[in-house]
Design a protein. Structure first.
Length: 590
């Protein structure tokens, strides 16, 4: 049994503010995803409600799901009285949605009663009388203690009856009977002609709550919508809401609140491209923000989205990838050429693809399907690639309205989303992004840069709310090693990319080599001249030392000569003095 999560759509701020008003009237929750949010808690308790619409809009399925979910989720037994389909047919119809009616009937939580209406059987003495039906319905209610009742469809009770007075009287009797039994009832009715909601044109006036279902086909695309026409004693959503019928039953999509009161986060998430993170202040995007990557065909928008998805999964988080142009296998194969392996994330369950042509559903159905998948998978990041393909199923204004509601929902869930959009021209100022560039938090523009017969890519950060970011254009390159952004390279003629950048680098490298060679030659010449001068200096030094030595020699010789003369003079003096002394001694002896 597949349990549809009633918390798929969070209560909007509008509903929160009016919650106290809703509690004034007792209500019975339907358990149908989104419908309780629109009606402020469910259908009026103990009162009859009318669900009307044309054939194929989902009246029987919605009323039957009301009975089933009441029994399964709220433990309220229910009676489904069918005037067209038999119990076996109803059981088979809802089995595809995962509901086991046989089991519920065995547990006496649900009672299916098929009643064949023949006007001749209920017409006595010329009067129309439903007393037999009341007895049968009352017995069915009492047998299981039913709290919910469905009558499908009302037209079979009054087919062929043309007296409006009798019809109104019998309708009031039927509705009063249901109120006296204290059951919350749904009566289904076929859409009438003209302005009447039902074929009889009276049921909507005596019902306490009227829900109109619509099945439209526009441009060969079908869309189911729901509108609460009236709800006595309670405020309710008055817009048209798309709803989806799939393997989990019915899901109704409430319109997002117009009040901007969502929580925000300062946590950053990486884009997967280190150079791009640097351009965004070194940390990447804010968690829960919306990012738009736009550019002409072939500029690498899908590659950027795949890198973002790969980085999210590599960080141990989950990513949901909605592809409207390529199949998952094609994307996985193509990304291997730039060194990104998405298959490993798919195998681990952290990456999930949902690929379809936009024409599979209408815009609203795509939105409902996205809501359901997002809530079921609970991703940390979502990728839509590309949003421009949605133009095939709606106008630009309709696509913008749908994306606004999706952005609001994702911001409320704190899920980071990346959109890719195809630009049909190269003029930045023109509107080529389905009108969401003003709504997103960050906008990356990848443009073709043609120069000298060569096509290269340049990336701009057009906006990034709440963070410092680069205002320069960076060359965006895609190689077999991955994605990268080349540093800004300024040449004599401005920013250079591709081969022009490489040629300028080569010229500068050659210039550097020539300068180095010239400097080397100059250094060698200086060295040679230095050596010559040093040699001359050495020779002069030697001559100087020789001259100094010669001069010192003469000086020392003169000094030595003077010392010898002085010494000789002293000796002569001593000799002469000794002779005088000898003569004096001889004379004294005499």
């Amino acid at each position: 049994m597949i349990q549809a999560d009633k918390t798929l759509f969070t209560m909007t701020n509008f509903h929160k503010q009016q919650k106290n008003n809703f509690t004034m009237l007792p209500k019975t929750p339907t358990g149908i995803t989104g419908l309780d949010e629109i009606t402020g808690g469910g259908l009026p308790k103990g009162r009859p409600s009318l669900i009307c619409g044309e054939a194929g809009c989902g009246k029987t399925l919605m009323s039957l799901e009301f009975i089933i979910r009441g029994a399964m989720e709220f433990h309220e037994p229910g009676v489904f009285m069918a005037f067209e389909e038999k119990a076996e047919e109803l059981t088979q119809n809802v089995a595809s949605l995962g509901f086991d009616l046989n089991k519920l009937q065995q547990e006496k939580l649900v009672k299916i009663d098929h009643v064949h209406i023949d006007r001749s059987e209920i017409e006595e003495t010329g009067e129309y009388d439903l007393e037999g039906l009341f007895i049968r319905l009352g017995y069915a209610i009492d047998s299981i203690g039913a709290k919910r009742v469905v009558l499908d469809t009302l037209e079979n009770l009054f087919s062929g009856l043309s007296d409006t007075a009798i019809l109104r009287a019998e309708l009031r009797r039927l509705f009063n009977f249901l109120k006296e039994k204290g059951v919350t009832a749904i009566i289904t009715g076929e859409k009438g002609d003209g302005s009447s909601l039902t074929r009889q044109g009276l049921e909507e006036y005596v019902s306490d709550c009227v829900i109109l279902l619509d099945h439209r086909v526009i441009n060969q695309i079908s869309t189911r919508r729901l509108r609460v026409v009236k709800y006595r004693g309670s405020q309710h959503g008055t817009n048209e809401y798309p709803f989806l019928i799939d393997e989990e039953g019915i899901s109704v999509l409430p319109v997002t609140s117009l009040k901007l009161e969502k929580e925000v986060s300062s946590e950053r998430v990486s884009s997967g491209i280190a150079a791009l993170d640097d351009m965004l202040g070194g940390k990447g995007f804010f968690k829960g923000s919306s990012v738009l990557v736009s550019g002409t065909a072939g500029t690498g928008k899908t590659s950027i989205a795949a890198y973002f998805a790969n980085e999210t999964c590599s960080q141990g988080k989950k990513c949901l990838y909605f592809a409207f142009e390529e199949s998952p296998k094609q994307i996985v194969r193509n990304m291997k050429s730039i060194n990104v392996d998405l298959q490993k994330h798919i195998d681990k369950g952290s990456l999930q693809f949902f690929a379809s042509r936009p024409t599979l559903y209408g815009l609203e159905m795509h939105l409902v399907a996205m809501y359901k998948m997002i809530h079921k998978f609970k991703p940390d990041a979502v990728v839509l690639d590309p949003i421009t393909n949605l133009i095939t199923v709606g106008s630009v204004s309709e696509v913008k309205s749908m994306l606004v509601r999706l952005i609001d929902f994702l911001q409320e869930m704190q899920i980071t989303v990346m959109f890719t959009a195809l630009s049909l021209n190269t003029i930045v100022s023109e509107q080529t992004d389905e009108g969401v560039s003003s709504l997103v938090d960050a906008w990356l523009l990848v443009r073709d840069i043609e120069y000298n017969g060569e096509r290269n890519r340049g990336m701009y950060i057009m906006k990034s709310r709440g963070m410092k970011h680069s205002n320069q254009v960076r060359e965006f390159i895609i190689t077999d090693k991955g994605l990268d952004l080349v540093e800004v390279y300024l040449g004599p003629e401005g920013v250079l990319t591709g081969s022009a950048r490489e040629a300028q680098k080569l010229r500068e490298k050659t210039g550097v080599a020539l300068r180095d060679f010239a400097v080397s030659r100059k250094d060698k010449e200086i060295m040679r001249k230095r050596k010559m001068l040093e040699s001359k200096i050495s020779t002069l030094q030697a001559e100087f030392e020789s001259t100094e030595e010669e001069l010192n020699k003469i000086y020392f010789e003169e000094q030595l000569k003077e010392e010898i003369i002085e010494k000789n003079r002293a000796e002569m003096t001593n000799l002469r003095k000794g002779a005088i002394d000898a003569e004096n001694q001889i004379r004294s002896k005499k």
